[in-house]
Write a protein of this length. Structure first.
Length: 665
């Protein structure tokens, strides 16, 4: 048996509303200040006209704001609104058969055909009076409109002209007949601060920093002296691996060896000792007061401190003694350590999220976030979130952002796509990606084309890392300095957010622990390192220049507007980024081969770039300052990786001045 509709008087159908994620189960994501574009199909049977409107509000607000949607053709409608506050918002679609507009359209046809429209004018007036009765403050002008149509003493042509008043027609749509209105269910929208979309991360280990004039080496106080140079390079987020006490039991030695010497510091991810746990600072790094001073000093430099959250414990963590029920037991009664067979991580105990006291565990882990937020942290890089339950992340992120919607969560999850996407839907603000392993032109084009299209682009914000302390990609191991240049240029221009494990990248660290692996030899995860960042071969100048370009060009501050262009050489990739009301457009052309000079023809989509095929245009290389005059869509170029493997072109259109000479804009 089919179900009866709630009202047989509702004839409009609303379908295919965008943006939405999984039918509204999760919020689409936007940034404060964004113009949110909403589209929907809305149609009815027969030939009657449809009116369609967009409603939006901050979640929890009493009143909706309304926007008339405009028809795009083929029963598709569009409306837009600007989000001005960080936090949860919602929007909905309403549509109904617009009998008055149908009458108005038909009246035009009758009048132009020379038919008598006297009765039709009275019909319209009656409809207007019916609307006016429920129009509140708008009743007076609508009643006056109806009177003008009813005025038999007036010329019919004048009455007809009055019937076509667009402003008054729009007024009638403010109060449609509620019996006829179809409403699509409200859809959620999560609005984040600007740094959620555009951010530039620099990672370093505090225990490896040199002494400053006021603080000893390897301390949080000494880290303060590093901040001005990081800010000068154009980074805005400083990410620190865990700063907590490190366990002694089964401590790992250099290169992940199972035996540690007395002076070996252990892995920062083996969290917890007699000195404290997730809410403590390692005594060798300093105090909680030192950490707050670091956060404050970073803020003065325009930097944010991103804190690592790794929900796991060393055998020495206070949780192991105070809450043994939070850990899984082995058959012999000992606590199960972390494993990825055949690898064993005896220095780490994972939490058992299936334990009977799961609610107590959830509350305690939430309090870890709250503790560090109270110390001034608003950005968290979360270690391996895919190894913890999805419901936990949805709950804890929802709880935190309910009162602190400005907090940013980066998911460090290199796992299967559906899992990465699920974490993003659940609330993670940004996500690591497969960029580290996408090297060929076809791989890059396919991967980033998928990321920039809805529905993925509505919930997944990529953060691109050419290296991490865990990942030394093969491309960097064998490509020499050109490989590092290629990857940093791609990261900085393909994505609005990117990051580097800074000292190792700047100094071209490329020696793996063993052939075929991605672990660094003498990894800083297990030992302190000394970095000479003043070396003349440092990549710091290139990194600084790229970040300057990013800061100056809105097109590189969003993941929208990415467009790949044709090249007849698979070793050369060409892509553009366009954005902003000023039509900011940059063109990147990169030699993906770190070993050989590559040349070829690049064919541009000139319409996408706002260029005229009939006019020449200037390409200004923002990396070198060189300028070239190009003509048409196809242009030839040569890229030598030993000098610089890429161009980052600003496109300048040819313009004719009022004084009859050409210049480039």
């Amino acid at each position: 048996m089919t179900s009866r509709p709630s009202s047989g008087q509702i004839r409009v159908v609303i379908e295919a509303v965008t943006p939405q994620v999984d039918g509204g189960r999760y919020p689409a994501k936007r940034i404060v200040g964004d113009r949110v574009r909403v589209e929907a199909d809305a149609f009815t049977d027969g030939h009657d006209s449809v009116a369609c409107e967009l409603l939006h509000r901050r979640a929890g607000a009493a009143d909706w704001r309304r926007v008339d949607m405009v028809p795009l053709g083929n029963d598709r409608w569009r409306g837009e609104f600007v989000v001005t506050e960080v936090g949860r918002h919602e929007f909905a679609i309403r549509a109904w058969v617009d009998h008055l507009f149908t009458w108005q359209k038909d009246l035009v046809k009758r009048f132009e055909a020379g038919q008598d429209i006297g009765v039709e004018l009275l019909t319209g007036a009656a409809m207007i009076r019916d609307i006016a009765a429920r129009a509140g403050d708008a009743r007076a002008p609508l009643d006056a409109w109806a009177s003008a149509l009813e005025d038999g003493a007036a010329d019919v042509a004048r009455r007809y002209e009055a019937s076509q008043d667009a402003a008054l027609l729009a007024l009638t749509r403010r109060t449609p007949d509620p019996r006829l209105v179809a409403e699509a269910k409200p859809l959620p929208l999560e609005v984040s601060p600007p740094r959620a979309r555009y951010s530039t991360w620099y990672e370093f280990f505090p225990r490896s920093v040199p002494a400053s004039s006021t603080a000893p080496a390897g301390t949080l106080a000494a880290c303060i002296a590093q901040l001005p140079s990081i800010a000068a390079m154009g980074f805005d987020v400083v990410y620190l691996p865990p700063i907590h006490p490190i366990g002694e039991t089964h401590r790992k030695g250099p290169n992940n060896s199972v035996t540690a010497g007395e002076e070996d510091p252990g892995s920062p991810w083996a969290i917890g000792s007699a000195a404290g746990g997730h809410k403590s600072v390692h005594p060798e790094l300093g105090t909680l007061e030192d950490f707050r001073a670091l956060v404050s000093a970073a803020r003065e430099q325009g930097l944010s401190i991103a804190m690592d959250i790794a929900f796991q414990c060393s055998p020495d963590h206070p949780y192991v003694r105070e809450h043994p029920e939070w850990f899984r037991k082995r058959a012999d009664g000992s606590i199960q350590y972390a494993e990825n067979p055949p690898k064993k991580y005896q220095d780490i105990y994972p939490f058992d999220f299936e334990c009977d006291d799961w609610q107590g565990l959830w509350q305690e882990l939430k309090s870890v976030f709250e503790f560090w937020i109270a110390q001034g942290v608003s950005i968290f890089r979360v270690d391996n979130p895919h190894t913890k339950p999805f419901p936990f992340w949805e709950w804890v992120i929802g709880e935190i952002t309910r009162t602190r919607p400005d907090v940013i969560f980066l998911a460090e999850a290199f796992t299967r796509p559906k899992i990465m996407y699920r974490l993003a839907k659940l609330g993670f603000t940004q996500s690591y990606t497969y960029f580290s392993w996408r090297n060929r032109r076809d791989e890059i084009e396919s991967y980033f084309t998928g990321l920039r299209r809805p529905p993925v682009s509505d919930f997944f914000r990529p953060n691109l890392w050419p290296n991490t302390p865990d990942i030394l990609p093969e491309f960097l191991q064998y490509g020499g300095r050109p490989a590092f240049c290629i990857r940093i240029i791609l990261a900085a221009t393909l994505g609005a957010s990117y990051g580097v494990y800074g000292p190792a990248f700047e100094l071209l660290e490329a020696t793996p622990l063993k052939p075929g692996g991605e672990e660094y030899r003498d990894s800083e995860k297990y030992q302190k390192r000394t970095w000479d960042l003043s070396r003349p071969d440092s990549l710091r100048p290139l990194m600084t220049r790229l970040n300057q370009i990013r800061a100056a060009h809105s097109s590189l501050q969003t993941d929208e507007g990415l467009r790949f262009h044709r090249s007849d050489n698979d070793a050369i990739i060409a892509y553009s980024k366009t954005a902003g009301p000023d039509g900011d457009a940059l063109l990147m052309i990169v030699n993906l081969d770190p070993h050989h000079v590559q040349s070829g023809w690049v064919e541009l989509d000139l319409a996408t770039l706002g260029l005229d095929a009939a006019s020449g245009y200037q390409v200004h290389d923002l990396l070198t300052g060189a300028r070239y005059l190009w003509h048409g869509a196809r242009n030839f170029l040569v890229l030598d990786p030993q000098s610089l493997p890429a161009h980052v072109f600003r496109l300048r259109r040819r313009v004719r001045s009022e004084h009859d000479f050409d210049y480039f804009l």
